[in-house]
Design a binder for this molecule. Structure first.
Ligand SMILES: NC(=O)c1ccc[n+]([C@@H]2O[C@H](COP(=O)([O-])OP(=O)(O)OC[C@H]3O[C@@H](n4cnc5c(N)ncnc54)[C@H](O)[C@@H]3O)[C@@H](O)[C@H]2O)c1
Ligand SMILES: [Zn+2]
Length: 663
């Protein structure tokens, strides 16, 4: 490449890379797959190696990619949170080894899995967790202490800890938590996170720590940043020490005497990839000897004593045996390719979503064709192309009628998806019914998926209103149903009639209306009738309510069948009024933290009492806390309140406070 041509390409690449850095680090919503991004970075690095005169201080190859968002207060890291140099072939690892040996170091390496999440620093003073922060640009990160406090794996207190300790680790979302969240987001018609890494980053970088708490995040700690009063000789020793303090550490971290053995370990980790229960995006080789690390030092961006090997995305071929089309709760038709099982990134795979008709048309894929399937992250397989077409085969055509009910399907405005809009469609009825009965909605015990499937299949229920006319006789026709179980279910259905209005609003499955939005609507309008008559402007007056949500509510009431459905529910005695207390103002403007075991209230109940009275219930104590409500066995939060001089109440004191401030 000519210099001028190289300069032009380098500039182009920098613009693209910076744009994708913002999407990935700042918005937790990348558009490229990691290996696609890595390829761009590599190309830029190659140009800069060939033409060193083209390297600029602001090139993304020279600094850590993130920034600290203004959503959080900033933290300056005493020990810089560096990135890692990466390698895509074993030969590059051998070159790394040569560089280490050329610096006069006898190599001894630790190999660890590289967990795909986001990097955090945790600081402990006198054994108490005092701060958690993100990497940001490596020097300045974000203060996410409150959110960090909600992660169960992270100890709040360390026994026998030094006066000051800082560790670094990777917060990640296990596959189990990711699938749960994905299902929940789909049920609520929200765009699900693309992969566990983005889900972890998006969940940790939340303004509301309660949301973080619900997301099931975990951590692996992989480095000792600072430790007052103790010295260590090797990385291995520091990991043993971190583990002894109660932190989760990388599941395996063995020491190897030479690079070839280290490479074998990387291969072994690669083979175990799909079975770990969480995503890894590579493996890291680190020089074990800490003095040798100091000799090797760091560049502006990464240490010279470590290197990350990135596993290539695996691509394999298989033959499409079928394309199944299913109907979701909101009527969207989703095609799924079913193919001969192949082994990818450690697990057997035989299905991949084709998303919609446009994607099928772009791929040109039909039943019988040979496809290429890739697993980019560790869990979601993707069809990336057709490698051999069955002679004369045509791409699969999406059905023109609903595979569940046979009604004609439609393209709604601005959507690529096809939808079945028949309100009585059984596939949708099933998802609607499961949602209606779920815990945050009408909470009908005993009405899970298995029972819902039977109710629909036997034609006993087609809309949720049918639940309220079910008889014992009918329930006895269900699999495994005896008199007792039938009666229990009828009681649960009967009990649900008395639920507060928000449960019903949420249960109706209005697009974009989650349980929190339902509660806002219920409290604000007070009855279903008032809500039905509300205009978009009136809804938008509610704090926290947006235009899109308001439109969805209007659409719901305008839909065929809604009036009928609500009339039937009213006739059968389902409550349509807000029976919850209107929010009081006794604790307005105050932030309270509940800790320990209270004599009569559970922690949830105490927090509900606080919010019902206009206060904010927070998860951790800070200078902004107004009161700490402490019960028996209150731990670090109580100690912290005492150090900060924050008033402490018992349960009776909380009631008194509400009484004193109420009208
Ligand atoms: N898809 C996109 O658009 C996009 C954009 C930007 C970055 N990225 C991805 O982000 C990565 C580059 O980001 P980076 O600069 O953070 O570097 P990196 O992720 O390659 O390596 C550094 C990080 O690895 C983490 N890590 C996990 N386990 C570790 C262990 N056992 N020991 C040491 N560190 C461990 C650390 O937290 C550290 O921050 C690449 O994988 C890239 O593909 C993707
Ligand atoms: Zn249908």
């Amino acid at each position: 490449m000519e210099l001028e041509q190289a300069r032009k390409r380098a500039e182009e690449l920098r613009v693209i890379i910076e744009k994708n850095n913002r999407l990935y680090y700042d918005q937790d919503a990348p558009e490229l797959e990691d290996f696609e991004y890595d390829a761009l970075n590599r190309e830029l690095k190659q140009i800069e190696t060939e033409y060193p005169e083209l390297v600029t201080a602001s090139s993304p190859t020279q600094y850590v990619g993130g920034t600290a968002s203004s959503k959080f207060s900033k933290v300056t890291h005493a020990v810089k949170m560096e990135s890692l140099q990466d390698a895509f072939s074993f030969d590059e690892l051998r070159e790394f080894d040569t560089r280490v040996r050329e610096a006069g170091i006898r190599p001894e390496y630790v190999v660890e899995a590289k967990i795909d999440g986001l990097s955090v620093s945790l600081e402990y003073r006198m054994g108490q967790l005092v701060r958690g922060s993100t990497r940001g640009d490596g020097v300045v990160g974000e203060d996410v202490t409150e959110n960090i406090m909600t992660i169960k794996d992270i100890p709040h207190e360390l026994p026998d800890a030094p006066d000051f300790l800082e560790v670094r680790g990777e917060v990640y979302m296990p596959h189990s938590a990711f699938f749960k969240l994905k299902e929940q987001q789909e049920l609520e018609d929200k765009t699900p996170f693309k992969n566990p890494r983005n889900a972890a980053a998006g969940s940790l970088r939340q303004k509301d720590s309660k949301i973080t708490a619900e997301r099931g995040l975990s951590i692996f700690v992989f480095n000792l940043q600072q430790c007052e009063g103790r010295t260590f000789r090797t990385h291995r020793e520091t990991l043993d020490y971190i583990k002894s303090l109660g932190f989760p550490v990388s599941p395996r971290y063995s020491v190897f005497e030479n690079i070839e053995d280290a490479i074998k370990e990387i291969e072994a980790i690669g083979e175990a990839r799909g079975t770990l229960g969480f995503d890894i995006d590579g493996a890291v080789i680190k020089v074990n000897d800490l003095a040798a690390r100091r000799t090797l030092g760091s560049t502006n961006k990464f240490p010279r004593w470590a290197i990350a090997f990135k596993y290539p995305p695996e691509v394999k071929e298989s033959v499409v045996r079928n394309i199944e089309v299913t109907v979701g709760r909101t009527g969207v038709l989703t095609p799924t390719a079913v193919f001969d099982p192949i082994f990818l990134a450690g697990t057997s795979v035989s299905r991949a979503s084709l998303h919609n008709g446009d994607i099928i048309a772009n791929l040109g894929v039909g039943i019988g064709d040979t496809i290429k399937v890739r697993k980019a992250g560790d869990i979601i397989p993707e069809v990336i192309g057709v490698s051999a077409r069955l002679p004369g085969n045509k791409p699969f055509a999406m059905p023109t009628t609903c595979p569940s009910c046979g009604a004609p399907v439609v393209h709604l405005q601005d959507e690529t998806a096809l939808r079945c809009v028949n309100p009585e469609c059984p596939a949708q009825s099933l998802r609607n019914l499961i949602h209606f009965a779920s815990r945050n909605a009408m909470a009908i015990d005993g009405l899970g998926e298995a029972v819902a499937v039977q109710l629909i299949d036997k034609g006993l229920v087609s809309t949720v209103a049918d639940l309220y006319t079910l008889t014992e006789e009918q329930l006895l026709t269900l699999d495994k149903f005896k008199k007792k179980s039938a009666q229990n279910l009828l009681n649960a259905i009967e009990g649900s009639k008395r639920n507060n209005l928000d449960k019903l609003i949420f249960g109706l499955g209005i697009r974009n209306i989650g349980d929190k939005a339902a509660a806002l609507l219920g409290e604000h309008f007070g009855s279903m009738d008032a809500l039905r008559q509300a205009t978009a402007e009136q809804m938008c007056e509610i704090d926290g309510f947006g235009e899109v949500m308001a439109q969805s509510v209007l659409e719901f009431f305008a839909k065929d069948g809604t009036t009928d459905l609500l009339n039937r529910l009213v006739r059968d005695g389902v409550n349509m009024q807000w029976t919850g207390e209107k929010k009081g103002t006794a604790l307005a403007g105050m932030t309270l933290v509940v800790t320990g075991t209270l004599p009569t209230l559970s922690r949830q109940e105490a927090e509900a009492l606080i919010t019902q009275n206009g206060g904010k219930a927070a998860g951790s104590v800070s200078k902004k806390t107004s009161y700490v409500v402490a019960g028996e066995a209150a731990g670090s939060k109580l100690t912290k309140a005492q150090t900060l001089g924050i008033p402490v109440l018992d349960e009776a004191g909380l009631y008194q406070l509400i009484k004193d401030n109420g009208q």
